[in-house]
Design a protein around this ligand. Sequence first.
Ligand SMILES: [Zn+2]
Length: 260
Amino acid sequence: MIDTHCHLTFPQYSGRVEAVLQAAAKRGVVGAITVSTTTANAADCLALARRFHNVWCSAGVHPLHSDEPADWPAMLAVAHDERCVAFGELGLDKHYDHPPLDVQRRILGEQLNAISSSGLDLPIIVHCREAFDELLPTFRASGLAGSRFVFHCFTGGPDEARAVLDLGAMISYTGIVTFRNARSIQDAAKITPGDRLMIETDAPFLTPEPHRKIYPNEPQYAADTARFVAQLRGEPWGDFHDAINANSARFFRIPLEACT
Ligand SMILES: [Zn+2]
């Protein structure tokens, strides 16, 4: 499998990305998508993706970085590279009151416009925290196909999952789903159709059980989350593993063979 969402350019991995990738491969996590948080970071993500044959990147601005300079032409330049497989992560985060929501909204609007006018039909990684009510209509109004979106680090319950699935989007689960107090997220994971679900770490954050105390999180722990969700859904590991691999290959257009 691959870790479909992590942040390998973060300082937590400075000088040891190769070792982190090797540790992941030993546990069956044979590739990773390193996700961009600012337009400057997108260039770093691309540089990393060019260094490792089994790392790909995204290009976009995280809502909690909306107050940093955003250079849309620079974002699109990264997006045009063959190592870049997605836009994002973009969205809204209403859990924090900084950057202010009006700044987050402005950057989201500019970013969706830049994506629409780019002519690129890359998938779009969504950061949605306590913002389903606003993001779903925003994406519908954008004219971008709902099937292009993945709601990463899903933290809603079954109702939010149904709304996201109605849009046509994918749902991706992190280690949060393994936490004991995550009952409603687990219920969402149970009702997510097998062809609409992906697994990620969001490393360096959110290390899954039974390694929750380990920081930083690493792509290798995506294997624990995947096994947990397979068991939660009552699916044999082999079937679930095949399904998430088919989903990530189709959605991000990364065939698993490309990792070996
Ligand atoms: Zn992230």
